[in-house]
Design a protein around this ligand. Structure first.
Ligand SMILES: Cc1cc2nc3c(=O)[nH]c(=O)nc-3n(C[C@H](O)[C@H](O)[C@H](O)COP(=O)(O)OP(=O)(O)OC[C@H]3O[C@@H](n4cnc5c(N)ncnc54)[C@H](O)[C@@H]3O)c2cc1C
Length: 394
């Protein structure tokens, strides 16, 4: 058994509480520090798929996830006037029993409840990590410094723990050539459990409504040739940028732009992956998006976070030393992570074709029989990637 008894986790979204749950089940104490002032709520739809369904079941939250499903069964692809050109059932890209879609806030809630034995500290953040011998001393914005046996960064794409232990984000980023924005806006189209997408070359606008939240979720994604610093600018500058890219594009885009001005949960970021040569340094480790964000275009970030938490806790309980546990965690997770990062490019090509011809070709496929084989090819790739890990390795 490892000497790890007391773990500090940064981030209380998906990976953090999932790890806290599994550490407790393995007899290891944890403290979770989250910069948000309280439990994160709301957010967009995320997927629990493949091996992550088994982890959710073992965690005891699968039935609750199914009960809180977004219920979106169909996606319509519409023209500039809002008329459906084509569409597809969500079951085509994610077979029922091996997947579930849930709002991120609902999942956070279930996982935090499942981790109620951990100590949660909201509204705080780690400011420094000092590794010495068999412990790491963490300093905090709002609490005295404390020693821990291990510190885990489960704090997302722009991980604080990663920058404290591994340095700036830049060398680990792989920009996928697009920016995405999402916000909750009024449900002006009276959508009910459905999604609509509108494409122009290199741009996609989407609206979806779930029975789990007020209003509708609006999504704007656009491709760009060069990476800029717009994701690090103010929300006002980001909104102005979106207006420059999307104004007059057609369908509901002007209304979405105007509604996004008032959205309290306006989100804007680059579509970026994180690639690192190793996910640990001494007694500091990375989990979920912090270590290997696959980007929203893979649709697998939530599943990687859940499965990674399970595997990391298992190896910490099983191996004799933290070093051996972190090596085993990485060995088991690497191929699974790589397979899921690899599906982001086809995902982006499907949702936001670059050219008119590309949009027409995709839509023709969606209307025809070969579409099914196209989608099922994507589905097979996605399904395979989502199952590409053995949970019960011995
Ligand atoms: C627009 C969008 C759409 C997406 N769609 C999908 C989808 O369809 N399917 C899917 O599976 N995934 C999707 N994802 C990805 C998914 O949300 C992430 O992969 C998943 O949430 C990763 O979980 P995580 O716990 O590793 O990180 P995150 O969910 O990013 O959580 C990180 C947590 O750390 C906290 N934190 C950050 N900094 C600090 C700090 N300094 N101190 C303390 N806490 C801190 C944050 O507040 C947050 O609570 C999407 C993501 C986005 C942005």
């Amino acid at each position: 058994m490892t000497a790890v008894r007391n773990v500090l986790i940064s981030g209380a979204s998906i990976a953090g509480p999932a790890l806290a749950h599994w550490l407790h089940r393995r007899g290891i104490r944890s403290t979770v520090v989250e910069k948000a002032p309280e439990r994160r709520t709301g957010g967009y739809a995320v997927d629990v798929r493949g091996a992550a369904v088994d982890v959710a079941e073992r965690t005891g939250v699968l039935d609750d996830i199914r009960a809180a499903t977004t219920g979106i069964a169909h996606v319509s692809v519409v023209d500039a006037e809002g008329k459906a050109r084509t569409g597809f059932g969500t079951g085509l890209v994610a077979p029922g029993e091996r997947s579930a879609e849930i709002l991120r806030g609902d999942l956070v809630h279930l996982l935090c409840d499942a981790a109620s034995d951990a100590e949660f500290r909201y509204g705080d953040s780690i400011t420094a990590l000092d590794q010495g011998g068999d412990h790491v001393t963490a300093s905090f914005e709002g609490a005295p410094a404390e020693p821990f046996d291990l510190v885990v960064g489960a704090d997302g794409l722009h991980s604080n723990v990663r920058s404290l232990a591994f340095g700036p984000e830049r060398p680990y980023r792989r920009f996928l050539g697009s920016y995405v924005s999402i916000a909750t806006i009024p449900n002006r189209l009276d959508l009910s459990g459905e999604a609509r997408l509108f494409n122009t070359p290199g741009r996609v606008a989407g609206l979806y409504q779930t029975h789990r939240s007020e209003g509708a979720k609006a999504l704007l994604l656009h491709r760009t040739e060069a990476e800029t610093d717009i994701d690090r600018r103010t929300p006002e500058e980001q909104r102005a940028h979106l207006r420059a890219v999307f104004a007059g594009a057609g369908w509901e885009t002007d209304q979405i732009l105007s509604d996004m001005d008032d959205a309290a949960d306006f989100y804007f970021d680059s579509v970026t992956q994180i690639h690192m040569g190793g996910w640990s340094k001494g007694r500091v480790a990375l989990l979920g998006d912090a270590g290997h964000c696959p980007s929203p275009m893979s649709g697998q970030g939530t599943s990687l976070a859940l499965v990674g938490a399970y595997v990391l806790a298992e190896e910490l309980a099983r191996q004799a030393t933290p070093e051996a546990a972190l090596t085993a965690y990485e060995r088991r997770m690497r191929p699974y992570v790589s397979a899921n990062q690899a599906i982001a490019d086809p995902g982006l090509a499907f949702i936001a074709p670059r050219t008119r011809l590309g949009i027409a070709a995709r839509d023709a496929l969606l209307k025809s029989g070969p579409l099914l084989s196209f989608l099922s090819r994507f589905d097979t790739k996605l399904s395979k990637a989502s199952e590409a890990i053995a949970l019960d390795e011995r």
